[in-house]
Design a protein around this ligand. Structure first.
Ligand SMILES: *[C@@H]1O[C@H](CO)[C@@H](O)[C@H](O)[C@H]1NC(C)=O
Ligand SMILES: *[C@@H]1O[C@H](CO)[C@@H](O)[C@H](O)[C@H]1NC(C)=O
Ligand SMILES: *[C@@H]1O[C@H](CO)[C@@H](O)[C@H](O)[C@H]1NC(C)=O
Ligand SMILES: *[C@@H]1O[C@H](CO)[C@@H](O)[C@H](O)[C@H]1NC(C)=O
Ligand SMILES: *[C@@H]1O[C@H](CO)[C@@H](O)[C@H](O)[C@H]1NC(C)=O
Ligand SMILES: *[C@@H]1O[C@H](CO)[C@@H](O)[C@H](O)[C@H]1NC(C)=O
Length: 215
């Protein structure tokens, strides 16, 4: 009985996801491969909170032979702010291996990956083609310690580059022992678990084509 109650409380956290703001980003049909260890994110997944705690591996299943910029944002970091998104990750100079499809970069991230902490928030991973000769603008204020008010809609215009691929997940419950999601494998006692595919995903924000660039 106790464990059932604990599970119910844990689930509540993801059911109470905040409504995303109404701003619109560019859309894309192309999925950005986004993996945390053995967990490969399917757009709209709810991830147990410890799963996205390390820098993800980005990948592509279609050939991407140029140089790219990857950005991860918490789209609903501060709903009181006119620019509600916070920057989680900003990595430039990414290339994808033509054989494995895995991304790598020869330079450290401008804004290193910060493990998501806001349960119920949507985290959006976006890939842009990096313009030739790209350099981080001198007035780009973001770094490891300054991440707030990142206007995602401006990326395209400021960096003169269209959105190419995307993926996203919702940060799930923070349970020391996560509930065992029926049908999705047994949750490990460490807080790691397989992602859930559906039960807590908000109706209407799952994109059938597997990628989302809009809320
Ligand atoms: C890169 O990929 C595009 C699209 O698949 C292709 O048209 C182009 O020839 C490729 N370029 C190189 C240098 O391989
Ligand atoms: C959220 O944004 C509002 C308006 O910009 C600001 O006053 C407030 O300090 C922000 N809250 C946090 C936690 O950053
Ligand atoms: C890093 O990779 C980028 C993109 O492939 C390339 O333009 C640049 O020359 C590389 N820099 C170094 C130091 O290898
Ligand atoms: C998760 O729960 C633990 C234990 O209650 C707490 O210490 C930690 O701050 C929580 N983390 C987040 C991201 O809420
Ligand atoms: C991070 O960015 C903020 C705002 O642009 C700036 O005030 C701060 O000095 C920067 N910190 C570092 C370590 O560069
Ligand atoms: C965010 O950027 C978009 C695109 O440049 C712009 O239209 C919008 O006004 C910006 N939002 C805020 C609150 O500055």
């Amino acid at each position: 009985m106790l464990s059932l109650l604990a599970a119910a409380v844990c689930l509540l956290a993801s059911v109470l996801a905040q409504t995303p703001p109404s701003y619109t980003l560019a859309e894309t049909d192309q999925t950005l491969g986004l993996s945390y260890g053995s967990v490969s994110v399917q757009a709209g997944d709810t991830l147990p909170y410890k799963v996205p705690s390390t820098t993800p591996t980005l990948s592509t299943s279609t050939p991407l032979n140029s140089t790219y910029i990857a950005i991860i944002v918490d789209t609903t970091a501060n709903l009181s702010s006119p620019i509600p998104a916070s920057l989680v990750y900003f990595q430039q100079s990414l290339t994808f291996s033509p054989t494995t499809g895995l991304a790598s970069a020869n330079t450290s991230a401008q804004v290193p990956y910060l493990p998501p902490t806001s349960v119920g928030h949507a985290y959006l991973a976006l890939l842009y083609t990096q313009p030739a000769g790209f350099a981080i603008p001198s007035n780009f204020p973001y770094n490891d310690t300054f991440r707030v008010a990142f206007n995602v809609s401006r990326v395209q215009a400021d960096f003169h580059t269209p959105l190419l691929a995307a993926n996203w997940f919702v940060l799930g419950s923070n349970c020391s022992t996560p509930p065992a999601y029926t049908g999705y494998g047994t949750a490990a006692s460490t807080g790691f678990a397989l992602p859930t595919h559906g039960p807590f995903v908000k109706a209407g924000v799952v994109y059938a084509n597997g990628a989302a660039g809009r809320f």
